[in-house]
Design a binder for this molecule. Structure first.
Ligand code: LHQ
Length: 258
């Protein structure tokens, strides 16, 4: 099995599972990952995802043994498998936590950056490895990098293809937080569990609003916030959140997405 899917209380853990190749991506794996995301979306009791890797790496990007001698049309066909995955993660109505347990290279780095909240172990690193093999960052790299860390750092990472240690990635704002290696699994689970108990409609709408902001004027974004706020405000979770605050008790949000 190239990926493992575990059902946990309120969330699903998806583990990339080709540890002997640092979880390098194959077409089969991309299809399995896509199917796992579709299934998680269809299951209304699933309110968060946790993505991680088996073994000492998170994901080494495209399996290079699959593309030896590949021409432009073969590369294009491969990207037809990967790019929809990136869009799928962004469009999922549930938060996706990525626990980067080791090196994240090429498409593997950008798969991590597509997730909503990225934690990384101290020993992990992020490598835009593409230029080393004469390619450009794909899977959203040229979109995520300048937005997350600014143009100067994005250009240097993409052109020099040097590994960025997790500590610097956190310092630069490429990821949410770095944690000690032995704490990564627990912290990832704690975060997924916590998200799974929040107001699910609000989290889905936060994703939508933040993703739309990149292309919107302030005017248009305020309109969108107004539109989405009406939707959030009409969900029972909003009423429960306010009641819980006034009662000085933790909110008991719905266990299933509506
Ligand atoms: C691998 C790989 C790998 C196969 C390690 N493939 N075996 C492009 C084209 C078209 C469409 C789709 O998308 C893409 C996007 C891309 O992702 S292009 C970028 C592809 N990735 C890379 O270029 C990274 C290649 N790997 C590395 O640079 C290093 O392995 C890193 C920096 C990730 C880790 O280095 P080390 O910790 O020193 O590990 P290692 O190199 O010894 O790797 C361990 C094993 O995994 C080794 O196999 P072996 O049999 O010798 O133990 C590697 O050959 C294998 N492996 N990455 N992408």
């Amino acid at each position: 099995m190239t990926i493992l899917v575990e059902r946990c209380e309120g969330y699903r853990r998806i583990t990339l599972n080709r540890p002997e190749r640092l979880n390098a991506l194959t077409v089969e794996m991309a299809a399995a990952l896509h199917a796992a995301l579709d299934e998680a979306e269809a299951d209304k009791s699933c309110r968060a995802l946790l993505l991680t890797g088996a073994g000492r790496g998170f994901c080494a990007g495209q399996d290079l043994t699959e593309i030896v001698g590949a021409g432009p049309s073969d590369l294009a066909r491969l990207l037809e498998h990967y790019h929809p995955l990136i869009l799928k993660i962004r469009a999922l109505p549930i938060p996706v936590v990525c626990a980067v347990n080791g090196v994240a290279a090429g498409a593997g780095a950008n798969l991590a950056l597509a997730c909503d909240i990225v934690l990384a172990a101290r020993s992990a690193s992020f490598v835009q490895a593409f230029a080393r093999i004469g390619l450009i960052p794909d899977c959203g790299g040229t979109w995520f990098l300048p937005r997350l860390i600014g143009a100067a750092r994005a250009r240097a990472l993409a052109m020099l293809a040097e590994p960025l240690p997790a500590a610097t990635a956190a310092e630069w704002g490429l990821i949410w937080r770095m944690v000690e290696d032995e704490k990564l699994a627990d912290e990832g689970e704690a975060l997924a569990t916590r998200l799974s108990t929040q107001a699910s409609t609000a989290l889905a709408l936060i994703k939508r609003a933040l993703d739309a902001s990149g292309n919107n004027t302030l005017d248009r974004q305020l309109d969108l916030e107004g539109e989405l706020q009406l939707e959030a405000g009409s969900s029972p979770n909003h009423a429960e959140g306010v009641r819980a605050f006034l009662d000085k008790r933790p909110a008991a949000f719905a266990r299933a997405r509506s």
